[in-house]
Design a protein around this ligand. Structure first.
Ligand code: GLU
Length: 465
């Protein structure tokens, strides 16, 4: 069997963490088995679907690197096909017009609730015969009344649902537009989807979709329902748990591979391994190893993974992502030291690229003012003289290179009979604006001679005033 999976988001918001995990698992399954992965935008809800949201989904998929082999398909382009299938179901007696008014249905519902019954359509129009009359009608699928539907779920095992629990579902609204369960079924069938991997919030739809597919006489796809993701308080993950949009994680300074590694472990495991390269994820991924129960989102762990990837990835790769963050801060990184060298200098102390960008700005652009505490502590009487002597020595250096510069600092401290900190710290505050920076030799060599000398002069002036 050729394997085909799909990610089928409704464009009614951004690409959120739960959606991204569904996309990742579907993508991994296809990649593992030499199959195809489809992106299908389910935009038939014209009121709630927006172009902005479509763009956000596409942007999120690209940022995560979840490339699709087919699509993006748009369900709004398939209306004729849905109509055709609805007509087929009507013609073969598996669907019927239902003329029940809203009021009638509401009354039915109220009665069922009063009798403590599950609200469901009573099938009043099910056996009407003859062509459609002039009254507005929806079209319902004639669900079998007897027997059961068994979902052989690849994660949760067999799930058995009695047909009498399922009422006759509306497949076309009064205005003729198809509903979700119908469009999904038609597309999964036409696109030859072999595995439907999606969140378990869709479990209630699955037996209905299986019944429609059976009525159409086609082979059923395999189903795998992923467990929910919970916030740390045990409630279903939602906006109120903080950044749940994938692009928010980019904005907050995460690398896509950190988020992917984090997401793959949300509900799936391979022994006790925590770190997975993309290749390892593909190699080891198996639906059998997806947990049955919900998993909890843990921001600390994501941060830990992010730092791991910042530290261990090729600095040139990290630099490409850092460059975007520098741009966000209004910095053109070509106007300063190499970002690759910057990554090497900063990666140990920065858990996110936002932190790294903020800690790197002064290499590219003069800082506005000194950190007050650092200036107070380190710009003391006499430190102007230290800085003046450093300035003299640095000005004659021809080869601006970290180790030699460090030696100048050490020798000056010795010559002036000062502790190293009494020389290095005023220098650090002078050139960085604060008392925190990479090692002084690295800081000096990255900053370059011209900026170093100018900033030392600026500090001397500041101290004298
Ligand atoms: N469009 C549905 C959603 O965004 C998913 C449909 C499916 O995966 O079958 O929830």
């Amino acid at each position: 069997m050729s394997i085909k999976t799909r990610f089928a988001p409704s464009p009614t918001g951004y690409l959120h963490v739960g959606g991204a995990r569904t996309a990742l698992f579907s993508w991994l399954y296809a990649r593992k088995h030499g199959g195809k992965f489809i992106l299908r935008i389910e935009d038939t809800d014209l009121e709630r679907s927006t172009q902005e949201s479509i763009d956000a989904i596409l942007e999120g998929m690209t940022w995560l690197g979840l490339e699709y082999d087919e699509g993006p398909f748009y369900q709004t382009h398939h209306f004729d096909r849905y109509k055709e299938i609805i007509q087929q179901l009507l013609d073969q007696g598996d669907a019927y017009y239902c003329y029940c008014s809203k009021e009638e249905l509401e009354q039915l519902r109220a009665e069922q609730m009063a009798n403590k019954e599950k609200p469901r359509y009573n099938g009043k129009c099910r056996d009407l015969t003859g062509p459609k009359n002039d009254r507005e009608a929806v079209i319902r699928f004639k669900n079998p009344v007897d027997g059961v539907v068994t979902i052989p779920d690849l994660i949760k095992g067999d799930i058995v649902v009695a047909n009498k629990e399922l009422d006759d579902l509306i497949i076309a609204r009064g205005d003729g537009t198809p509903t979700y369960n119908l469009t999904v079924v038609v597309d999964d069938m036409d696109m030859k989807v072999s595995h439907v991997i999606r969140g378990d919030d869709h479990i209630n739809n699955t037996p209905r979709q299986m019944n429609i597919l059976k009525a159409l006489g086609v082979e059923l796809p395999k189903y795998a329902h992923l467990p929910m993701i919970l916030g740390s308080d045990g409630a279903r993950l939602s906006k109120r748990h903080g950044a749940v949009s994938v692009m928010q994680y980019r904005d907050d300074g995460y690398l896509p591979e950190a988020l992917l590694n984090y997401l793959v472990r949300l509900g799936w495991s391979h022994g006790d391994q925590e770190i997975f390269s993309i290749d390892e994820m593909i190699e080891h991924f198996a639906l059998e190893n997806v947990n049955v129960s919900a998993s909890t989102f843990n921001t600390e762990k994501l941060l830990w993974l992010n730092h791991h990837y910042i530290m261990s990835s090729d600095p040139a790769h990290v630099a490409r992502h850092l460059s975007w963050h520098m741009g966000e801060l209004g910095i053109d990184p070509s106007e300063g030291p190499s970002l690759v060298e910057m990554v090497k200098a900063q990666r140990e102390r920065c858990k996110t690229l936002v932190e790294m960008a903020a800690a790197s700005v002064y290499f590219y652009k003069d800082f506005e003012s000194y950190d007050e505490k650092a200036a107070k502590k380190n710009f003391t009487p006499g430190s102007d003289e230290v800085l003046a002597r450093l300035h003299d020595e640095f000005s004659v250096v021809t080869e601006w290179q970290g180790e030699a510069l460090h030696q100048i600092v050490v020798s000056l401290a010795e010559a002036m009979e000062l502790g190293l900190g009494k020389v290095a710290q005023p220098l650090r505050v002078a050139i960085c604006g604060s008392a925190v920076s990479p090692a002084i030799d690295i800081t000096l060599s990255l900053l370059g001679k011209e900026k170093t000398l100018a900033r030392i002069q600026r500090a001397i002036k500041y101290i004298k005033n």
